[in-house]
Design a protein around this ligand. Structure first.
Ligand code: IMP
Ligand code: MG
Length: 173
């Protein structure tokens, strides 16, 4: 009973997060970095990426909802949990699991920019190719994948399969 066809292995994820963590470490050395994970999907990326960042970073989380239980975005973003931290004047890095329509992040980045952080950048483990989306600059990119629906490593289908240690395409069989 395996709901996923393996697309990206644990080892590939680990290597990629290590690369991303190194780049972040270099770029933010000597600065006061706040990393913000977007719940729930980004919880695993956040935990594993952070272990590759060799800086005294601070953590915060936001929870948003842009999906029902369906596999298509609704375009409606609700903030379920806002930041605990004031970000004005701070270096902020948003960590996201996947960019699909980009609507969630487009909305969030606009919302956060208003709070006047010193810098606001984006890291995403997965980016779906072949999808039209609003302009989004992703400073730290993981993997480009096709437009198919994926699960595992934080990503769910109907709230399940987030605990798969790898990323797979969803197979309802
Ligand atoms: P977007 O606003 O369409 O970019 O999608 C934002 C959120 O939808 C992501 O943070 C995920 O939580 C979820 N999502 C998008 N694509 C997938 C997928 O293929 N599998 C599981 N969740 C997804
Ligand atoms: Mg989700």
């Amino acid at each position: 009973m395996n709901p996923a066809n393996r697309l990206i292995t644990e080892e590939q994820i680990r290597d990629k997060l290590s690369e991303m963590g190194k780049a972040i470490t270099e770029d933010y050395r000597g600065r006061d970095l706040l990393i913000v994970g977007i719940l729930k999907g980004a919880f695993m990326v956040m935990a594993d990426l952070a272990r590759h960042i060799e800086l005294p970073v601070e953590f915060d989380f936001m929870a948003v909802s842009s999906y029902g239980s369906a596999t298509k975005t609704s375009g409606v973003v609700r903030i379920l949990k806002d930041l605990d931290t004031e970000i004005s004047g701070r270096d902020v890095l948003i960590v996201e699991d996947i960019i699909d329509s980009g609507l969630t992040l487009h909305y969030l980045m606009r919302n956060l920019r208003v709070r006047q952080p010193a810098s606001l950048e984006l890291a995403a483990l997965l980016i779906k190719d072949g999808i039209e989306r609003p302009p989004l600059h992703v400073k730290y990119e993981g993997f480009h994948i096709g437009p198919e629906f994926v699960i595992g490593y934080g990503l769910d289908h109907g709230e399940k399969y987030r605990n798969l240690p790898y990323i797979g395409t969803f197979d309802p069989e």
